[in-house]
Design a protein around this ligand. Structure first.
Ligand SMILES: [Zn+2]
Length: 402
């Protein structure tokens, strides 16, 4: 291993802060971002997690190792290299990371054998703020909430909402979005780093089926076998996405509990709803479908060239949601006029009204949590996919208007 590249990882902690630093042979030049395939480089060799008023409990070193990887993975060498921790980690770290598409050629090194991770609580919810995580909270009300937010001078409306939702709700501020030269989390799973700090057996991730199974509304393309889930599982934490519901199903859960006003779904984290971005448009279309008194949300939406361009693209992003939400709303709107061709070209997408039972198996939900979710869904009248829903779902392909 004499000539092998080595990346060194060290950690330090204060009362409410964890700092992890890398050094050595990481890639300092441009690397390709996995999402969007754009070039970026590492800006800073230190990731910081700040828990504010919450004390940082004892954190197992395997968890610290996983958090280091979630933060710096894009800058790790592509060839064989040693990932050397200056603290003891268990064999689980090698087992977790040494796999195709994660770190296929890594060798883990540490001063001595560490203790494998043992959870200190059953679960937490990785709380984003929109319909999906709010529905997860309403289905699992006893689960503590962890909200990840950017460190620094940013206003994040969810930081104000989350403490009112539960007496166990924590905001973790970190600098992950500015670690690389492109603003944003280093990996899609990096958002779970903040939840790992609370040592859960399960991380419930507010999610929805269009992203997990329909390739963002283009066509059926299941990605529940993503290897990152196995990485977490090998360390001892299972990530459980709530992809059994679509965004519309999640909104129905929120609506049934009378909590629509607690949702913050805008692209801009400083507000709940800006009334002019494509994310807010989609959520407003859902709200208008669920409640005729909210039809004005569509009438009042601020249209722009950007929105008109967005609506012209085919396949339309999250088109399955737009098709069902707008198509099953009988009231007239500019959006319905705009999407009439798309709605006519696609059959009814009633699976949005039901839940996808297979998800509990796909993500290895433990019995007690699967049952809990189903009870919560049945209590508000939501039932599993019927056979015709399964057919429509698994054969879904967004048709452009003819
Ligand atoms: Zn918005």
């Amino acid at each position: 291993m004499d000539n092998m590249k080595t990346v060194l990882v060290s950690k330090s902690s204060e009362a409410n802060r964890l700092l992890i630093k890398i050094a050595g042979d990481y890639i300092a030049e441009e690397v390709i971002r996995s999402e969007g395939a754009r070039e970026m480089h590492l800006n800073k060799d230190e990731v910081i997690f700040d828990l504010g008023a919450t004390a940082l409990g004892e954190i197992n070193n395997d968890i610290v190792a996983l958090i280091a990887v979630l933060s710096f993975h894009p800058a790790f060498p592509e060839e064989a290299f040693v990932l050397q921790f200056d603290f003891p980690v268990s064999d689980n770290v090698q087992k977790a990371l040494h796999r195709p598409n994660i770190l296929p050629l890594v060798t883990i090194s540490s001063p001595r054998q560490g203790e494998p991770f043992k959870p200190v609580r059953d679960m937490v919810i990785s709380y984003g703020g929109g319909f999906d995580s709010l529905a997860a909270h309403l289905l699992f009300p006893e689960a503590p909430l962890v909200h990840e937010s950017p460190l620094g001078d940013y206003s994040d409306i969810v930081n104000d909402i989350v403490p009112d939702l539960s007496d166990q709700a924590w905001v973790v501020k970190d600098n992950m979005r500015t670690l690389f030269s492109i603003w944003g989390l280093p990996l899609w799973v990096s958002v779970f780093a903040s939840s790992l700090l609370f040592s859960p057996r399960y991380i419930i991730s507010g999610s929805e089926m269009t992203g997990t199974y329909l390739n963002g509304g283009k066509a059926y393309f299941p990605r529940h076998r993503n290897r990152w889930y196995e990485v977490f599982r090998a360390i001892g934490v299972d990530v459980l996405p709530t992809s059994f519901l679509s965004e519309i199903g999640n909104a129905r859960v929120v609506k049934a509990h009378g909590r629509i006003e607690d949702a913050a779904y805008c692209t801009f984290i400083r507000m709940k709803d800006c009334g002019k971005c494509s994310k807010c448009l989609r959520r407003r279309a859902i709200r208008a479908m669920l409640d005729e008194n909210e039809q004005s949300l569509l009438d009042d939406f601020t249209r722009s060239d950007g929105i008109d361009d967005f609506l012209k693209v085919r396949p339309l992003y999250y088109g399955d949601v737009f098709i069902h939400a707008v198509g099953s709303n009988s009231r007239p709107s500019w959006l319905k006029e705009n999407l009439s061709g798309l709605i006519d070209a696609n059959a009814s997408l009633d699976f949005h009204e039901h839940y996808y039972l297979e998800v509990f198996e796909h993500f290895s939900y433990p019995e007690h949590l699967a049952e809990r979710a189903k009870e919560g869904l049945h209590a508000i009248g939501m039932m599993p996919f019927r056979s015709e829903d399964i057919d429509a779902f698994q054969n879904f392909k967004q048709n452009s208007e003819s």
